[in-house]
Design a protein around this ligand. Structure first.
Ligand code: GLA
Length: 389
């Protein structure tokens, strides 16, 4: 059964009324620009052809009930209880999966004149924990649904911000805005070049299909959680670097500033800063290269990005490095881990005729290293959040 059909089925089971509509939002792959978003920098993600589907209808009371194929039981709360559910410090008082849609309702309710209760059913075919932002897909699908049901008329950045607020304050993961903007703005065969300071977005044609290229996703199966641990630590190192160097954000540094940074910072903080500064530059170079020379020319930038994440930002893991190396040896023109790191997936930009060879090479490298079998599949750049019916 498709995820859309699962969501319809689930809705029929919990609500027993006709749905008012169905909405969906995609996961994303970040082509390049990692850990630059919360440094006010540049990113180049694209929405993928894996989506989260939401089926919903308003209720006559002020209760919100969410059900998901991830959980046996729906969660039901009053709209007036949302504030108390998400204490600014500490874990949410609902199961984590429910904090995403309820967090979006909490973030959007202030904009609504008189928000009605709502029944929401969620199902998804975005792999979870793979670094493909299944969370932004849930947030995006819920945000466009509530925007319609509550008649908010919000623009896309406003809905993206509501998703980010859910993630930061309801779930407690200190992430940036990239994933939510990608889920909102995605376009077929194009990436979104986003300035995370101004939120100015440009659509950049990828031209992968015309160039005979596929994006192969290699999901390591190593799970990561951005609410804890390494992600938060990297973010703090970036903020410390910016403070010591006297700039509002690392975005305000150019590669020429790195000599001064090396003198002022300890080695670890310096390498975190160098990753962000050089990664911002690689995003700009990738956009320029896509436009001037086409997608077959961006491989070295993807490779350099991976090396910087592995050596300077230190967010890769052996499984990701193995996937990237095996893919390149089997004919990928460039490969890098994508997303927050510490697990999740890597991508390999691969000539169509080498996709099978890349999948086999990655699987056998994993087996030789004693790693659990990876999931390898291709994705295409697709449309952002939308109403489907
Ligand atoms: C996660 C976060 C994003 C971004 C990436 C790293 O996906 O949700 O905001 O910081 O990690 O680029």
């Amino acid at each position: 059964m498709t995820a859309a059909a699962e969501a319809r089925d689930l809705f029929a089971r919990i609500a027993g009324v006709e749905p008012a509509g169905t909405w969906s939002a995609p996961g994303r792959v970040n082509l390049i620009g990692e850990h630059t978003d919360y440094n006010d920098g540049f990113v180049l993600p694209f929405a993928i052809d894996r989506r989260t589907h939401v089926v919903a209808a308003p209720r006559s009371d002020r209760r919100i009930r969410v059900a998901s194929t991830f959980a046996a039981e729906p969660v039901e709360v009053g709209i007036d209880d949302l504030d108390a559910l998400f204490p600014s410090a500490g874990a949410p008082r609902v199961p984590e999966w429910a904090a995403y849609p309820l967090g979006v309702a909490w973030a959007l309710q202030d904009a609504a004149a008189a928000p009605s209760g709502v029944d929401i059913a969620v199902a998804s075919d975005v792999p979870i924990g793979a670094g493909l932002s299944s969370s932004a897909a849930i947030e995006g699908a819920t945000a466009v649904a509530l925007d319609d049901l509550w008649d908010l008329g919000s623009d896309r950045p406003t809905l993206a911000r509501a998703g980010r607020r859910a993630e930061n304050e309801a779930v407690g993961a200190p992430t940036g805005i990239m994933d939510q903007m990608a889920a909102m703005l995605g376009r077929p065969d194009a990436a979104i070049f986003l300035d995370c300071r101004s939120l100015r977005a440009e659509v950049v044609d990828l031209g992968f299909a015309a160039a005979g290229l596929e994006v192969v996703v290699m999901d390591t199966g190593v799970t990561h959680a951005h609410a804890t641990g390494g992600y938060r630590d990297r973010r703090e190192a970036c903020e410390r670097g910016a403070r010591i160097l006297g700039v509002p954000a690392l975005r305000d540094l150019a590669p020429e500033d790195l000599d001064r940074a090396r003198d002022l910072l300890d080695d670890v903080t310096f390498r975190r800063v160098r990753h962000v500064v050089t990664e911002d530059r690689r995003v700009l170079d990738t956009v320029r290269t896509l436009r001037s020379a086409g997608p077959t020319a961006i491989g070295p930038l993807l490779d350099a990005s991976h090396a910087s994440m592995r050596d300077d930002f230190e967010i890769s893991v052996p499984e990701l490095d193995t996937a990237v190396e095996a893919a390149r040896e089997a004919g990928a023109i460039g490969a890098r881990m994508t997303g927050g790191g510490f697990g999740g997936a890597a991508i390999a930009l691969t000539p169509r005729e080498r996709v099978g060879a890349v999948a086999e090479a990655v699987a056998s490298a994993f087996s030789r290293s004693g790693f659990a079998a990876p999931r390898v599949f291709t994705v295409t750049a697709s449309e952002g959040a939308r109403r489907d019916s």
